[in-house]
Design a protein around this ligand. Structure first.
Ligand SMILES: Nc1nc2c(ncn2[C@@H]2O[C@H](COP(=O)(O)OP(=O)(O)OP(=O)(O)O)[C@@H](O)[C@H]2O)c(=O)[nH]1
Ligand SMILES: [Mg+2]
Length: 203
């Protein structure tokens, strides 16, 4: 899958989320997870571009960054995109609080609760660390609100096959989810499968 990204805007307020006039009501995929889990890197790997900002400083993404994804070239502003990607700020950066909502910007909750075109939430969990309580909280939120979500295990390239299988099993158990898709932004492992899942919601 190769879609061309166009950066739409960076929102720090509910009023700034891109309107239907900008997105043409195209289905949106949101990327969520702790700071440093690899959200922006995964987006770049999926797009084969450097559109999303990656930094070595955790907590860098403090806004929701929206990208419109188009097939082919042409006048991109005038046609409906295939998908919208939303790169969200990470949580779990400030060690002071264990709860997500306490440290997440106030516009995230309304985004998740009210964004009508939000078709799929990709929850990223790091396969290199033990299961985290705040990830469980987010996943529980999606179960309760019945928002479609998919859990992916990031940075799979850092582990042997055996270690990865163990990590995925532990994460599945702790977060009580049936499926966790291992991915790597470095080697592109798992990204084909992830594209297939996202295109299901795009249709
Ligand atoms: N080895 C390896 N490193 C990765 C992978 N994905 C991300 N990283 C590294 O992890 C760090 C954080 O990556 P980001 O993509 O900026 O993480 P983020 O979730 O967007 O972080 P915030 O925007 O701060 O919430 C960077 O140093 C990346 O190079 C991966 O698949 N494999
Ligand atoms: Mg980021």
């Amino acid at each position: 899958m190769r879609l061309n990204p166009v950066f739409l805007l960076s929102a720090t307020d509910v009023a700034h989320f891109p309107s239907e006039a900008k997105t043409y009501g195209a289905p949106e995929v949101a990327f969520l997870g702790r700071s440093n889990v690899g959200k922006s890197s995964l987006i770049n790997s999926l797009l084969g571009s450097q559109e999303a900002k990656v930094s070595s400083t955790p907590g860098r993404t403090r806004a929701i960054n929206f990208f419109a994804l188009h097939e082919g070239a042409g006048d991109k502003m005038k046609v409906r995109p295939t998908l919208i990607f939303a790169d969200l700020p990470g949580y779990g950066y400030a060690k002071i609080s264990k709860s997500i909502s306490a440290e997440w910007p106030s516009f995230i909750e309304p985004y998740l609760a009210e964004r009508e075109t939000l078709a799929l939430c990709i929850c990223l969990v790091d396969t290199n660390i033990p299961p985290q309580e705040n990830d469980t909280q987010l996943i529980t939120y999606f179960k309760q609100t019945q928002r479609p979500y998919l859990v992916v295990g990031t940075k799979s390239d850092r582990l042997s096959n055996n270690q990865l299988a163990k990590s995925i099993a532990a994460l599945r158990k702790a977060h009580e989810v049936e499926e966790i898709l291992p991915v790597s932004a470095k080697t592109d492992a798992g990204t084909k499968m992830l594209w297939a899942k996202m295109m299901e919601v795009a249709e």
